[in-house]
Design a protein around this ligand. Structure first.
Ligand code: PA5
Length: 472
């Protein structure tokens, strides 16, 4: 039996969410009271979540991918055998999940290890920019003949990803390699250009299901393939997500941590807390903040509500890392404007223990550290920062992962997705579109002369010209 099927393991590995420091009795004036929670409004949002579940296809990913997972595992096995490097070409929701999961679940210097110490897997590169220097740099460190590329784009047409694909196809051709051996495509089954290209080139293809938007796609082949290639137990990750689904389907908000988190964040936004700081106390969780930043910003940052009224809502995500950013940003969090909510990500048991040895016994300000562990140090610093914010009357809440593993990471991803969707329901906005991103994409097409975007080009050309006095 897999460990994630064992009820005791599941209970031990359950995420713990502590909202005490969001409440008035703990932090005073900037905290919430139970009376602030409007039962009717919360009940209605909960009902809409249930009604819309069928359209939120990402909610079913933990359950409906048996065949796909089998295909991913088989494909990953082949990639691990044949290639030294695995390169993801994608951006936004097609890149941030793979980066976050790799950082969380593999060695922190995974790419620098010899292959045997990487468990036999290839190195992983996630190329999520079109900086020409980065592209050149990649070619300097990989052997293209020993590299598998996974081009990922849900829409099948994102300029950045398509440009990368063109470059890779050309480079493979010039070196006498065939694309079908080196490229795997992950895209929509029916829409977009990548599926057309994939068919033309005969590429191995995985699909992003309908109703699974980019930022909600980590638990489909978008994220699962890279994870499996690098040796992550993707079945356990999906089991963790399913467990969080069980935990977060509860109608009573006080029993449902993901809904409660969404509700608290919305109440805080309504009270002028326009910034959501995420501060993991673990390097392994560092890029969870990047993944969350996209999910939270793109889903909730909206001009219009569902009735077409201008609302200009959203909460700006800020990424911080404990303890590093205690020495950079915490001064602002404790004494600056009352416009932030901090989410701490804590780890119960780190995967290793490092002792702080004896030394410099006559210097008491140093030797007090001896006999402790780095584990104790980082946990004490987390507790101390929580306390400093509490004392300063600043709202914060904590999510504790009993351990960072595939099961808890699956829970965490699903938790934030449900929390975001529920917050969107409470705010009365569409959390699943991104018209602001589309505008930028269309302007890029116009500037680079994509057919059909001539009017957009005229619009851009007629924008007010720069005044020279403002350019120094
Ligand atoms: O969440 C989203 O939908 C976006 O951020 C997309 O992930 C991003 O724009 C990339 O799009 P695509 O996967 O279609 O290339």
């Amino acid at each position: 039996m897999e460990r994630y099927m064992d009820a005791a393991f599941r209970e031990i590995m359950r995420l713990r969410v502590n909202f005490n420091n969001m409440m008035k009795p703990k932090i005073g004036a900037h905290g919430l009271e139970e009376a602030d929670f409007d039962a009717a409004k919360l009940g209605a949002a909960n009902e809409r979540m249930a009604q819309k579940r069928e359209t939120m296809k990402w909610r079913e990913l933990p359950y409906n991918q048996d065949e796909i997972v089998a295909d991913i595992l088989e494909t990953a096995k082949g990639v691990r055998k044949e290639f030294d490097d695995f390169v993801v070409l994608g951006i936004g929701g097609s890149a941030l999940g793979p980066i976050a999961v790799q950082q969380a679940l593999n060695h922190l210097h995974y790419n620098d290890l010899p292959k045997a110490k990487r468990g036999g897997g290839p190195r992983l590169f996630v190329e999520d920019n079109v900086d020409p220097e980065r592209m050149e740099a990649l070619f300097d460190v990989i052997d293209i003949g020993r590299t598998c590329f996974n081009v990922i784009t849900k829409s099948g047409g994102t300029s950045e990803t398509m440009a990368q694909l063109l470059i890779i196809c050309d480079a493979l051709k010039k070196r006498g390699h065939t694309p079908e051996k080196h490229i795997i495509a992950t895209t929509d089954e029916k829409k977009g250009n990548l599926i057309i290209i994939a068919k033309e080139l005969g590429l191995k293809t995985f699909f992003v299901p309908d109703g699974v938007g980019g930022r909600f796609s980590e638990l489909c082949p978008v994220g699962l393939l890279a994870a499996a290639v690098c040796g992550v137990d993707i079945k356990e990750m999906l089991a963790g997500a399913a467990y969080m689904d069980e935990i977060s389907h509860e109608g009573d908000i006080w029993e449902n941590p993901a809904h409660l988190a969404g509700a608290m964040m919305v109440l805080m936004m309504e009270r002028g807390k326009n910034i959501s700081v995420m501060m993991p106390y673990a390097d392994s969780l560092k890029y969870m903040s990047d993944w969350y930043a996209q999910l939270w910003a793109e889903s909730l940052g909206k001009r219009y509500d569902l009735n077409g009224n201008e609302v200009f809502v959203g909460q700006t995500p800020v990424k911080a890392l404990g303890v590093t950013d205690q020495h950079s940003q915490v001064q602002l969090y404790a004494e600056g404007p009352f416009d932030k909510v901090t989410t701490f990500l804590k780890v119960g048991e780190y995967r290793t223990k490092v002792d702080i040895p004896d030394g410099f016994a006559d210097i008491k300000d140093v030797s007090f550290l001896s006999g402790h562990t780095m584990n104790e140090l980082i946990q004490a610093e987390e507790r101390a920062t929580e306390y400093a914010l509490l004392k300063a009357g600043r709202p914060s809440w904590t999510i504790t992962l009993p351990e960072v593993n595939a099961f808890t990471i699956g829970q965490l991803l699903y938790f934030f997705e449900v929390m975001t969707a529920f917050a969107g329901e409470l705010m009365g906005i569409n959390a699943f579109d991104q018209p602001g991103v589309e505008e930028g994409k269309n302007a890029t097409y116009a500037l680079l002369g994509k057919p059909g975007f001539e009017i957009k080009k005229q619009e851009l050309d007629s924008a007010p010209a720069n005044e020279t006095r403002y350019v120094l």
